[in-house]
Design a protein around this ligand. Structure first.
Ligand SMILES: Nc1ncnc2c1ncn2[C@@H]1O[C@H](COP(=O)(O)OP(=O)(O)OP(=O)(O)O)[C@@H](O)[C@H]1O
Ligand SMILES: [Mg+2]
Length: 220
């Protein structure tokens, strides 16, 4: 940032098991979103190495990274990030425009996914005509179009009421049972019920649960 150097992640060494449902906990500004952006190929580390499956993200050029984003990961954001002028169906189809999928197949796949998230009766609604929980379900359907093995979710329930948040957690849990690796940042401690692993982050590095608890108690 101009003259000021911001270190978001530093000396962070973690392993995430394939097939896990990993929750990332940490206070505001500790580097959780930065970590997800790095893992999703939306940002690059200045140094260090990130290996997802067989792929070393830090070694990839822009084209390889774009292909990685398109094929290997699904990203879910706190603010849904849907295209406002497009219907639910079009939003879900959108990522397939870039993967050379046949229009007919695209539409069919988008329908199937919207059905899977319980929105078969909202296909032609635009984001402003949907509730927050429904918009997030469209975003989840969109994240699944290319059948990625890894789902990254940055506070997916942060903008939702309690019940809608619960439904999103159940949906993520179902994806986990079906074999996806789920990595989710959340302030909602209910998420821990579904998690198989938890990573605690303070100031850009991973710490033990004990250290995390001691520090959180001090700051309270
Ligand atoms: N684009 C950016 N340019 C400069 N600094 C940034 C940028 N994005 C984040 N930061 C800084 O990096 C650090 C980590 O930010 P990050 O967004 O990863 O935190 P977070 O754990 O996701 O916080 P929150 O819980 O509030 O979402 C913060 O100090 C933040 O100010
Ligand atoms: Mg964040």
């Amino acid at each position: 940032m101009g003259q000021q150097k911001v270190v978001a992640i530093n000396g962070l060494e973690i392993q995430i098991q394939r097939g896990s449902f990993t929750a990332i906990m940490g206070p505001s500004g500790s580097g959780k979103s930065t970590l997800l952006y790095l893992l999703g190929g939306l940002d690059r580390p200045t140094s260090g190495s990130i290996v997802v499956g067989e792929s070393a993200l830090d070694q990839m050029d822009e084209n390889e990274l774009a292909a990685y984003r398109r094929q290997k990961v699904g990203f879910i954001f706190q603010s849904f990030n849907l295209v406002q002028s497009m219907t639910a169906l079009e939003n879900v189809e959108f990522p397939m425009w870039f993967s050379g999928t046949q229009p007919k197949y695209r539409r069919q796949r988008a329908r199937e996914l919207l059905k899977q998230v319980g929105l078969e009766d909202r296909l032609l609604h635009r984001p402003t005509e949907l509730s927050g929980g429904q918009q997030q379900r469209v975003a989840i359907a969109r994240a699944l179009v290319n059948d990625p093995a890894l789902i990254l979710a940055d506070e997916p329930t942060g903008n939702l009421d309690t019940q809608s948040g619960q439904n999103i957690m159940l949906l993520l849990s179902e994806l986990h049972r079906n074999g996806k690796t789920i990595l989710v940042v959340s302030h909602d401690t209910r998420m821990l019920r579904y998690a198989t692993d938890v990573i605690y982050i303070l100031d850009g590095r991973a710490v033990s649960e004990a250290e995390y608890r001691a520090t959180s108690e001090l700051s309270m």
